[in-house]
Design a protein around this ligand. Structure first.
Ligand SMILES: CC(=O)N[C@H]1[C@@H](OP(=O)(O)OP(=O)(O)OC[C@H]2O[C@@H](n3ccc(=O)[nH]c3=O)[C@H](O)[C@@H]2O)O[C@H](CO)[C@@H](O)[C@@H]1O
Ligand SMILES: C=C(OP(=O)(O)O)C(=O)O
Length: 447
């Protein structure tokens, strides 16, 4: 789906949509299948670009992948894993951040790997220094090339003690996926403990791994000689659920998000309630709605789990433009995640961005030249505009703003949104949004 999206705003989103498995878990579980000596099966898999990219990368490595997108089932058979040709793999440069997580499994299976340059959202520098240091600590040899990285483990991989400078999600997953079959014990301190990581640990345990998680962010992994396949149902995508919740709030709507689950969304739900949103947790999902009256401004800091996650920040900021008073948002996870507010200002929002830390959390960006705090003054009516989607969550936020704005907006580059939001055009239609898609050739298709 490429092209231009026309959005006639001003209609509250109303109805029901379904959210399936988490983008930030499913792709990692697919990589974990490489470690098994038998086939694995993953359920509740959403039809999003990141899943497609990882399926293709696994295919290039000889994994047989059978995907039933409708049923959300993916079967992965890694029994014939082989090194992929560099040229083929390189075609995936810039496609997502997941290739870096192939290192550990491929080193165990083949003794070497080639990793293309990474993609993902440009919301900061996103270095991979933790990943490479971790791999070196396990005994890997890292050879950075002009494009991509070649990695080998001539002496095998041995368990080690790792302390993360920051509880990075990817670096924690890197450690898990490498340690489970390394020789001996690995201890990881200051680990990330996001629900998606816990679900990955559940998958690895099903495969035969021995992993314990302490309350002080220490994860211990006892390496084992072999792992089997797994059967697992992915946890729900709490980012997508939070995004639709924010869309309901910003458009004064009422959306039942089937599949959304409470435990992983506790922090979001608290914030949603403080802003003045209403929700009802049901057995099969969560209903989110604007109860009428004014929304309240809040002070918010993004943080690692169990804090308010950074990926919820961008959609919620759009709703905050409709809250009365001054809201303050301190982004402590990424140094450059407020670029999307330029377009919101163009639509009438009053948002100022600051280099200073406007919050009390310890922040790596203090006294550095990063625009990582925002002050939002509301409520301000939003007006339609022409918008270019900058990244996944920023793009969805622009879509929310267009839906809340009076008039007809034109949103370009919506393809990026497919990376993390399954069938979002169908969902918008189900919620009564007035949207139409003009394909690249200029044809307009009503949805
Ligand atoms: C595919 C996926 O799961 N993406 C999620 C994952 O990204 P990802 O795993 O890339 O995010 P990390 O948790 O690793 O990044 C957190 C912070 O650590 C820094 N860092 C990270 C690694 C490193 O080697 N060096 C370094 O400095 C990053 O620049 C960032 O400032 O977690 C993020 C934080 O919840 C989410 O926003 C992303 O949606
Ligand atoms: C930043 C995100 O993802 P990625 O790490 O895949 O870029 C996101 O999902 O908001």
């Amino acid at each position: 789906m490429s092209g231009l999206l026309t959005v006639e705003g001003g209609t509250p989103l109303q109805g029901e949509i379904t959210v399936r498995g988490a983008k930030n878990f499913v792709s990692k579980a697919m990589v974990a299948s490489l470690l098994g000596e038998e086939a694995s099966e993953l359920r509740n898999v959403p039809q999003i670009r990141d899943v497609e990219v990882v399926a293709n990368l696994l295919g290039l490595h000889g994994v047989s992948v059978e995907h039933d997108p409708q049923a959300g089932v993916i079967a992965l058979d890694p029994r014939n894993v082989e090194a992929a040709h560099v040229a083929d793999i390189d075609a995936y440069a810039g496609s997502s951040r997941i290739p870096i997580l192939f290192c550990g499994p491929l080193l165990h299976r083949l003794g070497e790997a080639f990793i293309p340059d990474l993609g993902g959202c440009r919301i900061g520098d996103r270095p991979i220094d933790y990943h490479l240091n971790i791999l070196r600590q396990f005994g890997a040899v890292v050879d950075k090339r002009v494009q991509g990285i070649h990695i080998s483990a001539p002496g095998g991989l041995r368990g080690t003690q790792i302390h993360l400078p920051y509880p990075s999600v990817g670096a924690t997953e890197q450690t898990l996926l490498t340690a489970v079959r390394a020789q001996g014990l690995t201890e990881l301190s200051n680990a990330a403990i996001e629900p998606e990581i816990m679900d990955l640990i559940a998958v690895l345990q099903k495969m035969g791994a021995i992993i314990s998680v302490d309350t002080d962010r220490t994860i211990r992994i006892e390496g084992v000689d072999r792992l089997q396949g797994f059967r697992h149902t992915a946890l729900a995508d709490r980012i997508e659920a939070g995004s639709w919740a924010s869309a309901a709030l910003a458009t004064r709507g009422d959306v039942f998000v089937k599949g959304a689950t409470q435990p992983e969304m506790m922090t979001f739900l608290n914030t949603f309630r403080k802003v003045g949103g209403a929700f009802d947790v049901r057995a099969d999902g969560i209903r989110f709605w604007h109860p009428g009256g004014e929304l309240r401004s809040i002070v918010l800091e993004t943080d690692v789990h169990p804090g308010f996650m950074t990926d919820w920040q961008q959609p919620l900021v759009v709703a905050l433009t409709q809250a009365t008073g001054l809201s303050i948002v301190h982004e402590t996870v990424y140094e450059n995640r407020f670029g999307f507010t330029d377009a919101l200002r163009g639509m009438g929002a009053t948002i100022q961005i600051y280099r200073e830390c406007l919050g009390g959390l310890e922040c790596r960006f203090d006294q550095r030249n990063f625009n990582h705090s925002a002050v939002i003054s509301g409520p301000t009516p939003l007006r339609a505009a022409d918008i270019e989607v900058p990244d996944l969550r920023g793009g969805f936020s622009h879509l929310i703003a267009a839906l809340a704005a009076e008039g007809v907006s034109r949103v370009r580059g919506i393809d990026i949104i497919n990376r993390g939001y399954e069938n979002f055009m169908d969902k918008l239609e189900a919620l009564g949004a007035k949207v139409s898609l003009a394909e690249a050739q200029g044809q307009v298709a009503l949805v």
